[in-house]
Design a protein around this ligand. Structure first.
Ligand code: GDP
Ligand code: ZN
Length: 296
């Protein structure tokens, strides 16, 4: 039987089959000798031990397309970072950190701006444009009953169709509401899985894939409230600000980090408004943080 690991807890792996059944499995395959540990998102072969009790063994792990570290999940097609346009007030510095973190893991990342019902359309378009100019797809949503918001939810639905998508964002932005809008019976389903998995002493929330039909999986990533972009050299950071790329070749200095150098074309672009001040300020703040860290 072929299936997908949607959750791993206490040595058990929960395998979702195409017929929508979920089997509780242990890892028994030859892959264990190779030191490969099954991960959420893995496509696996499973032997059924007990059809009634839905128990089995994972006997093989199929080749992975990729494997993320944060969140720990494999075979990811894309990520969607969800922020609210208001309530809570968006922290764009944090948004940039999410984008950098995903970019560093080579994941295509899109932005979803939720709660569009709370702010004026002009302001929405302004912020949407800033991130579109950096090469991101931006979807504006509202889970509240206004037509434009729902149009956004439909676009989000189209975006994730047939794919495995990591959903991340700070709490309170409406992630759960969006997940419910994308999949009205998600609640019932996750409930069913949680019932099956007897919670042990560990109350840490585990990463879990949610199947919403038609080969579509969503990974709801818990607990990303603050993020540190570590393990990166300060002068690497500029490479994650895609919008700098068209200007930086014309900076006077090779390897210009666009902070204090003279004849910096990125700063010239900033001055004439071609590079967003919001993005640049985030860049500078993260840059200085990284620089500071390296001194220790
Ligand atoms: P989560 O913490 O990101 O999962 O956020 P929730 O889905 O629990 O939503 C947090 C709060 O925001 C709740 O009170 C929701 O009713 C509210 N909310 C969710 N989506 C929207 C929206 O599109 N517009 C507005 N105004 N409020 C929303
Ligand atoms: Zn420069």
């Amino acid at each position: 039987m072929e299936g997908k690991i949607i959750k791993g807890v206490g040595g058990f792996y929960y395998i979702h089959l195409h017929d929508d059944r979920i089997f509780e499995c242990k890892a028994k395959g030859a892959f264990r000798n190779q030191g490969i540990k099954p991960a959420v998102g893995d496509n696996v072969y499973m032997d059924i031990i007990d059809e009634q009790e839905l128990k089995g063994n994972v006997v093989d792990i199929l080749p992975r397309k990729n494997k993320l570290i944060r969140p720990a999940v494999s075979n990811v097609d894309q990520a969607v970072i969800i922020f609210a346009l208001a309530h809570p007030e968006p922290n764009y510095n944090l948004l940039d950190r999410f984008l950098i973190m995903m970019d560093r893991q080579d994941v295509d990342t899109h932005i979803c701006l939720n709660k569009s019902d709370l702010i004026k359309n002009d302001s929405i378009q302004e912020i949407k444009k800033i991130y579109e100019n950096c090469g991101y797809k931006v979807i504006v949503t509202s889970t509240y009953e206004d037509e434009e918001g729902y149009d956004g939810v439909r676009k989000l639905h189209d975006m994730i169709q047939g794919k495995t998508t990591v959903f991340a964002g700070p709490s309170g932005v409406g992630k759960s509401s969006l997940l419910n809008a994308l999949n009205p019976d998600a609640k019932a389903k996750t409930g069913a899985i949680s019932d099956k998995i007897k919670r042990g002493k560990h109350t840490t929330r585990h990463s879990e894939l949610m199947y919403i039909g038609e080969e579509t999986y969503i990974m709801d990533t818990p607990g990303f409230s603050s993020l540190y972009v570590d393990e990166m050299e300060a002068n690497e950071l500029k490479d994650y600000y895609n919008e700098f790329a068209i200007y930086s070749p014309r900076c006077r200095f090779n390897g210009c980090v666009h902070i204090n150098e003279p004849d910096c074309e990125v700063k010239a672009a900033l001055d004439n408004g071609a590079v967003s001040r919001l993005r640049y300020d985030n860049y500078k703040q993260i840059y200085e943080e990284l620089k500071e860290k390296r001194r220790w």
